[in-house]
Design a protein around this ligand. Structure first.
Ligand code: ZN
Length: 172
């Protein structure tokens, strides 16, 4: 079991675009296991993207589980959203954005996702609700985008100010 460091904003590594996974060897499986170990080690974590974790090269993998018992793992490799319907505007937070910053973000309400599982087997499914929101948030990570990149400039400045203040307090 390995716990991997979760990269914190404004680390520039969060802006990197992750590269597709092309082999499903033992290294990839170990990496996915480490991602779940790290996920389950956090409090209030719904999902993690490979690119927000301190691996050497960001890969297109996300691990999701927001079940109460933490027994409903979903791993998406090379995920793509192939269709979107509707619009929601709800609160989001992120394990890479400290200080408990939560902001409302527009997301599609229903999405159709194409991905591979951890063995490389293809899947396609349609989801809505919290899972749809989660997958869109994680896919953003794989493209170097954070939820705070979606909010207004004014709200973003407020969030940055709060984060800078927190940082100063930590140094005291
Ligand atoms: Zn996040």
């Amino acid at each position: 079991m390995s716990i991997i460091e979760i990269i914190q904003y404004p680390d520039p590594r969060l802006k990197l675009t992750a590269t597709p996974v092309d082999s499903f060897d033992d290294d990839t499986k170990k990496m996915i296991d480490d991602m779940f170990d790290t996920h389950y080690d956090q409090k209030n974590c719904a999902a993690l993207a490979h690119s927000q974790m301190a691996f050497n090269t960001p890969k297109r993998i996300t691990v999701i589980d927001f079940s109460e018992e933490k027994n409903d793992p979903l791993c998406l490799v090379n995920p793509e959203i192939i269709s979107k319907e509707g619009d929601t505007y709800t609160d989001e937070g992120c394990m890479s954005v400290p200080g408990g910053i939560i902001e409302k973000v527009h997301r599609a309400e229903i999405i159709t996702v194409r991905a591979l599982d951890k063995m490389g087997k293809p899947m396609e499914f349609k989801v809505d609700g919290f899972l749809a929101k989660c997958i869109q948030h994680e896919l953003d990570h794989l493209n170097g985008v954070l939820f705070i990149d979606h909010i207004s400039e004014l709200k973003r400045q407020k969030a940055d100010k709060r984060l800078n203040k927190l940082k100063r307090q930590e140094r005291l």
